[in-house]
Design a protein around this ligand. Sequence first.
Ligand SMILES: [Zn+2]
Length: 414
Amino acid sequence: MNTLLDPQRTIAELKELRNFTADENGAQRVAFTPIWVATRAWLRKKLETLPVETHVDAAGNLWTTLRGESDRALLIGGHMDSVPNGGWLDGSLNVLAGVEILRRINAQYQGRPPITVRLVDWADEEGARFGKSLFGSSACSGTLNMDEARSLNDKAGIRLPDALRQVGVEFERVKDCGGELKNAAAYLELHIEQGPVLLDLNLPLGAVLGTFGVERHALTFHGQAAHSGSTPMNRRRDAFLAAAKMSPEIYRIGERHGGVCTIGSCTTKPGIVTSVVEECRITLDQRHLDAAALARMLEDARVASQAFAKEGNVTVSWDRLWQIEPVLFDPDLIGLCEDAIGEICGQRYRLPSGPLHDAAEVARAGVPTVMMFVQSLHGISHNKIEDTKEEHLELCVKAFDRLAEKTMKWIGAG
Ligand SMILES: [Zn+2]
């Protein structure tokens, strides 16, 4: 089968894509923009030589279907959209590796594989313009919150439903695309890791166990504004002092439970150089693959915030900004993914995903799912310096193709 698969072609196509969708600041394939539309047209042209059927669903996701003997379908997914000033591999590697695998399967089975194989390019994975990521896949899985999405605006004040109409998508009907998952028997997604774990271990590839659950909160500490010259240190009710103590504490909490915690924002009122801080608002983002451990991290942070508030004679209130449960991938498929990686690279490794991916939405819809990660150089993405060694790109296409073949057999046997 290896002679039918050409990973070098995938690398060449990724470069071709970069050439016409990136500028000196990086990739500019933001969803629903003219560059994104041009990207899709380019992708469809690549697929023209195959005996496939291609259509856009009610949420703007692009589906390409190679019909097989059975209607049961292997799904391979990714996203052609990028953040502004993004990298050349995030999302597009997944799709273009999928194109190469479709070519291999088509050639190997003379256009009629034992099961149906479908490639999906999800619409607006990044949520760069409206702040809502996983748009197309969450519409498909049915988890998209319509009331919330309906009221989203971009920076220019354009509403999401209006932006969608521009590209031919009727907002109120987006969830109709859920029918696309009807015969889905498995979903596979390749992705760059976007972090430093594989890099630090010097491993090219890893099988992904699932995506972290997230608890996202705003904590507001309330103290008292007072003159910075006339107020003795022991008389202050300093909201910033209490909030600041949370910073080292979240490192201890993350370490204790094996998760990650981030204070990403801090704002103070009145926010002037001559006043003790009356009100300090920080955001806390906590993530873990295990739901119980995530709940304990959240509880520890609550207890600590109350203790620090008490120490400083201030109060604290919590508001939940967002929350999602951990999503665990399918144990059988994780095993097949590890086998594929072991056969191509000699070493097996499994790791969780910190970022969310479309795969999490498909898994939430009940489709057996797994992801494969390939090492990211610098451990960085969403940045023009995002990169992966070409030898690793080649390995990931080979291993992902191997996983696709194993999964087809697994579906056939199921
Ligand atoms: Zn991505």
